[in-house]
Design a protein around this ligand. Structure first.
Ligand code: DQA
Length: 148
């Protein structure tokens, strides 16, 4: 079964952007690791990244139409994109898992990071576990699909 792993703005800079917060591994490494983790779980994982809110919203519509579960790190959109939140809402409405991932623990950081407009519409949220959080998210998707 296909699963998309969607990453929001500035996550294309993984590895060079605030490595003290986000680590030294880049997006290509995350892509490889998610592929390997997915294979262990019998999932075909496609990792995407965009700095464009409209493109990310389009990916949600496509996931709903195709019945594809979503792992999402909405990055800064987490904190203010009602458009992405509404699109993410439709994933749950379609009965599909939506696991929100944050590499850091946003609630331990700036005040503006303490609220997520995505969490209320996510099946679950994983924070503060670095890139390993994506592995946990894929395991959660596999678990939820097994139960369905
Ligand atoms: C992030 C946390 C967000 O607050 C931030 O805007 C990001 C990354 C994380 O993975 O920890 O870009 O989503």
């Amino acid at each position: 079964r296909k699963v998309i792993v969607v990453n929001g703005p500035n996550l294309g800079r993984l590895g060079v952007r605030q490595p003290d917060v986000y680590g030294r591994q880049d997006l290509e490494t995350l892509r490889r690791e998610c592929g390997a983790w997915g294979r262990e779980l019998g999932l075909e994982v496609e990792v995407r990244q965009s700095d464009d809110e409209a493109e990310m919203i389009g990916w949600m519509h496509q996931a709903v139409d195709e019945g594809t579960p979503v792992v999402m790190n909405p990055a800064a959109f987490t904190h203010y994109s009602y458009g992405l939140s509404d699109a993410a809402h439709m994933i749950g409405d379609a009965g599909l898992p939506l696991i929100e991932v944050h590499i850091s623990n946003p609630s331990a950081r700036d005040a503006f990071r303490k609220y997520s407009v995505i969490s209320p519409v996510a099946t679950a949220t994983i924070t503060g576990m670095g890139l390993y959080g994506y592995k946990l998210a894929l395991e959660a998707v596999a678990h939820l699909l097994d139960q369905a």
